[in-house]
Design a protein around this ligand. Structure first.
Ligand code: PQ2
Ligand code: NAD
Length: 213
């Protein structure tokens, strides 16, 4: 099994080409759009979900089978057809053009694989089993979603703002690190979840940080 290197890619406004228009393609398209990519779908048929996105102008749908040259200018490519010959052709063109390629039914032909994602605002937990068990990746996501609830979105907003406020202070690296450590130890997510905002307020006050109720 291949070794994989996890990173978070900035794909805003970058062209991502998806070959095929079934439910697996739809799943990949969803996360591409969430990251702000420009998505082009090439497939003779697509499921209703993708057709709707095309009607709303969120993706460009080219209604025909894949042909060589379709990957021109692509930043990322997904081969999500049910035809192994087409899958190989897409992979071959991507290799030739040095484009990262995800072949959804053939990990051996993937130059990148897609993780299962827990997303709470700025917090993203990406889970991969290196392709060993996608079903387990999904199950772990569901477990993490219970542990890290929607309150983590606001928590991260607060932490980001507080971090800026602390970084702007005339303190030594050590002093700043000590404050960050104390802040992450406080059960802020729990307070937010329970609506105990007065606790968050007094924590903010202790460190002279902003907090709007
Ligand atoms: C995480 C997730 C992200 C996403 O797709 O967005 C994702 N697969 C998901 C679900 C899922 N996929 C499959 C099942 C059915 C149960 C099962 O087979 O286990 C389920 C479970 C379900 O749907 O419940 C079938 C399957 N998947 C692959 C193959 C081909 C093969 O392994 O040979 C086959 C057999 C196809 C066939 O029948 O022939 C391959 C890949 N799937 C990956 C990602 C990459 C490795 C990820 C990792 O590191 O584990 C990799 C290598 C390539 C890629 O696609 O990037 C998403 C969860 C989203 C979520 O819900 O959170
Ligand atoms: N990686 C994953 O997460 C995962 C999960 C489940 C299944 N799979 C595998 O992924 C593949 C796709 O799954 P699905 O459920 O989306 O399949 P599907 O049959 O619903 O969709 C296949 C799509 O490919 C299109 N297509 C066929 N020939 C084409 C061509 N020449 N050019 C362009 N498009 C073409 C079809 O029009 C259709 O829209 C299957 O091989 C399946 O076994 C992968």
């Amino acid at each position: 099994m291949a070794k994989y290197y996890p990173i978070f890619l900035k794909i805003e406004q970058k062209l991502c080409v998806v070959i095929g228009g079934g439910k697996v393609a739809a799943r990949k398209i969803k996360t591409l759009l969430e990251a702000g990519a420009k998505v082009k779908v090439i497939s003779p048929e697509v499921i209703r979900e993708i057709e709707k996105l095309s009607e709303q102008g969120q993706v460009e749908w080219i209604k025909r089978p894949y042909r060589k040259g379709d990957l021109e200018d692509a930043f990322l490519v997904y081969a999500a057809t049910d035809d192994p010959t087409v899958q190989k052709q897409v992979f071959a063109e991507a290799e030739e053009k040095n484009i990262f390629c995800n072949v959804v039914d053939k990990p051996a032909l993937c130059s990148f694989i897609v993780p299962s994602i827990v997303k709470r605002g700025k917090l993203q937990i990406a889970i991969s089993t290196s392709g060993a068990s996608p079903a387990l990746a999904r199950r772990l996501r569901e477990q993490f979603e219970e542990t890290f609830g929607p309150e983590y979105a606001e928590y991260l907003e607060l932490m980001a703002r507080w971090r800026e406020e602390i970084l702007a202070r005339d303190l030594s690296e050590k002093e700043k690190r000590q404050i960050f450590e104390q802040l992450v130890l406080a059960p802020v997510p729990l307070w937010l979840k329970r609506g105990e905002r007065h606790h968050v307020k007094s924590l903010a006050k202790t460190f002279n940080l902003s907090f709007e109720e």
